[in-house]
Design a binder for this molecule. Structure first.
Ligand SMILES: Nc1ncnc2c1ncn2[C@@H]1O[C@H](COP(=O)(O)OP(=O)(O)OP(=O)(O)O)[C@@H](O)[C@H]1O
Length: 307
């Protein structure tokens, strides 16, 4: 069974289509990266999945239960951290989680134990500070704890790392990673390195359309490497190599820094065979020859530029 399933999910704002016929099938326990440039339709999709926006057409099932706008039944199994979470600044983390739990009908020792475990998970245990003194990263971590308080099967995190510095981002990603296999995490972002670090599966959305959905490795396999990094002994040797390859039909461009060169090629197989032959024939001293895997960023640009 899929924990999140949508068919032809569409949202129009007047004549503008923000999300277009989106089909999702997400398996339990997945860390799912929902990727797209600004304005792609990520927040609109999350708002429909969490019952905040009524879809124009299409349907949504959460844990097999149809999501009907205005009904909370299907939403009992989800937790949600919006892109701009709101807190009561005069409270501390414990009191805030206690209030959040009580609003969901949780009480007593069970709630207390849950709060302690969540504070431990998000690194805020024993922290007595008021939320108004929190950094953005601390607020996001508290927001994740709040999203988990009702022991949801799925949590939706809308751009949880976007406004954070590298340390704050790492802390949030580490928490998400710890949830792997226990909770399904649906996490939107436009930061590609975040996705690369923790996601099992990724979907790229652009202008409301699903462009691609796959594992990161499949994505990398689909989009072949097209760069080779070469290091020779000297800059002169590098110039010799450059003169020999610049007219080749597979040569696209090169970037030279001292005795290191990155070559972009239109035919990685030919380049991998011909460059070592040239190096051998010219008596050049090869120190390093590495085919560079495309980064997710390069893939993203290729994918998003194809339509
Ligand atoms: N209430 C609304 N009324 C009209 N247009 C809207 C509304 N909400 C969103 N849009 C438009 O729908 C498109 C998708 O917006 P959305 O916020 O879902 O994108 P996003 O992928 O979350 O972008 P970002 O990364 O910038 O948050 C945008 O062009 C936006 O201007």
């Amino acid at each position: 069974m899929y924990v999140i399933e949508t068919n032809n999910l569409t949202k129009q704002f007047k004549n503008f289509t923000a999300v277009n016929n989106l089909d999702l099938k997400i398996e339990e326990g997945t860390i799912y990266g929902f990727l797209g440039p600004n304005g792609a339709g990520k927040t609109t999709t999350i708002n429909m999945l969490t019952g905040l926006f009524k879809p124009t057409s299409g349907n949504i099932k959460i844990c097999g239960e149809e999501v009907k706008f205005g009904e909370v039944k299907a939403l009992k199994s989800i937790g949600f951290l919006p892109d701009v979470p709101e807190f009561y600044p005069w409270m501390n983390a414990y009191d805030f989680l206690k209030l959040s739990g009580e609003l969901l009908g949780l009480t007593g020792k069970g709630l207390n134990e849950k709060i302690e475990a969540l504070l431990e998970l998000v690194g805020l245990k024993g922290n007595k500070k008021k939320i108004k003194g929190y950094s953005r990263g601390m607020k996001q971590r508290l927001g994740i704890a709040q999203a988990l308080i009702n022991e949801p099967k799925i949590i939706f995190l809308d751009e949880p790392t976007s406004a954070l510095d590298p340390i704050g981002r790492r802390e949030v990603l580490d928490i998400i990673y710890k949830l792997r296999g226990k909770v399904t995490v649906f996490f939107s972002t436009h930061i590609l390195t975040d996705v690369e670090r923790i996601c099992d599966k990724v979907l790229i959305l652009d202008k409301g359309n699903k462009i691609i959905e796959s594992t990161i490795q499949e994505l990398k396999n689909t989009y072949e490497a097209n760069k080779i990094n070469i290091t020779l002994s000297t800059k002169d040797e590098m110039n010799t190599l450059y003169q020999s390859i610049k007219e080749k039909d597979w040569f696209v461009e090169s970037e030279l820094v001292e005795h290191k060169m990155t070559i972009t090629t239109s035919d990685i197989n030919k380049a991998q065979i011909e460059i070592p032959k040239i190096i051998y024939n010219e008596n050049l001293h090869l120190q390093q020859f590495v085919t560079q895997e495309p980064t997710l960023e390069e893939l993203f640009m290729q994918v998003v530029n194809t339509i």
